[in-house]
Design a protein. Structure first.
Length: 368
């Protein structure tokens, strides 16, 4: 199977603009163009192959062995053009969404492609709160007073775990890599009305059930990493000429977020996304720009002791190391080394914005 350009599905939400058409070359009669779902097997907006077939019609092996282990295709990739601010919202966890919505939950990550001066995002609470205060602030239209606001710049990444209250504000153009879900609980929508004069539905009670009310602490992901989880792995690469490899375990989605060039001789521009089938092998991206490559990997943490140093490493199924943490030991006994091992694993997961559930297998914590 060859590499091919993806044909996105489009959404005309009221806050959208025209950048995706006028600047990024998207071809659609939809207006405004709020989102382009670049790689999607979701029934609410399936993307297509160049031949006009649904992406979901590809044979299972085109997506890779890692994908076949999921009952629901795990990832959805989209561009978002916020000509106006999106609602303040929250997404449920898998556990809640599967029980109440017959859907996956939604953890996502944002790569800032463009940001106008002063543009930003709301992300999590600026202090610990509780459900009662949260609902009271919503009722009094002052929820933003409880939230962190971050000014954003092109090239930054923000990881948003399910349960985190958030909003993209006016002036941002974002590449979003997320779980394959379309479940959103709106909690505040600026009292806007749609084309028919109706306010959009809010979901305050459900939002209160799933929202993490702890203080949100922003932690940067490792260099060039856009997002890591069992559902998606997204990494940014600058290129002049760079060789990549798609193994049998996962497809790769190559999205141009800056500049342009070619992929195995096929030209592309900023905003284009290409599907590289699992097992394709080597492919070359050349030109001048940046791409975000998304795949589905499996992760594990290995712990190694060498002399007086204890090291924990987070690696994927290709052997790539993303995060490591090292501790120099003193004259301590075996159980203490095991305790240090657990702390190192926690430190690695925290830095990667991952949890134990993202790992293929639990780390082996032993007394050396």
């Amino acid at each position: 199977m060859s590499i091919f350009k993806l044909v996105p599905a489009f959404k005309n939400y009221l806050w959208g603009g025209q950048k995706l058409v006028e600047k990024y070359g998207k071809k659609t009669e939809v207006t405004p163009v709020a989102e382009s779902w670049e790689l999607s097997l979701h029934p609410d907006g399936p993307s297509l192959t160049e031949d006009g077939a649904f992406l979901s019609s590809l044979p299972e092996e085109a997506f890779g062995k890692n994908v076949s282990s999921f009952e629901i295709f795990p990832v959805l990739i989209k561009f978002i053009d916020a000509n106006g601010s999106l609602s303040i919202q929250v997404h449920p966890s898998d556990e809640y969404a599967l029980k109440n919505e017959n859907s996956l939950g939604k953890t996502e990550t944002w790569y800032i492609v463009e940001a106008e001066e002063g543009a930003g995002i709301y992300l999590g609470f600026d202090r610990k709160t509780d459900k009662e205060e949260f609902k009271k602030a919503v009722a009094e239209c002052r929820l933003t007073e409880l939230l962190n606001f971050y000014n954003v710049r092109a090239g930054e990444s923000y990881f948003i775990p399910s349960g985190t209250v958030h909003a993209i504000c006016k002036g941002c153009l974002i590449l979003e890599i997320q779980q394959n879900s379309n479940i959103t609980y709106r909690v505040y929508d600026y009292d806007r009305v749609d084309a028919n004069g109706n306010k959009r539905m809010l979901h305050v009670d459900k939002a209160a059930e799933v929202t993490n009310t702890e203080k949100f602490v922003l932690e940067r992901l490792p260099k060039n990493v856009v997002g890591l989880s069992k559902y998606f792995t997204a990494v940014k690469y600058a290129f002049k000429k760079k060789t990549f490899f798609a193994d049998e375990n996962s497809f790769e989605c190559v999205t141009c977020v800056k500049g342009g060039g070619s992929i195995d001789g096929r030209p592309f521009s900023v905003g284009d996304s290409f599907f590289v089938p699992a097992g394709y092998g080597k492919y070359v991206v050349e030109g001048d720009g940046e791409v975000v490559i998304t795949s589905v990997r499996r992760y594990h943490i290995d712990i190694e002791r060498k002399d007086l140093k204890l090291t924990a490493r987070l690696s994927d199924d290709r052997g790539r190391i993303y995060v490591k943490s090292t501790k120099t030991l003193g004259a301590i006994d075996g159980p203490t080394i095991a305790e240090y091992s657990e702390k190192l694993v926690s430190a690695v997961l925290k830095k990667a914005k991952m949890s134990y559930s993202d790992l293929e297998r639990a780390p082996e914590i032993v007394a050396f």
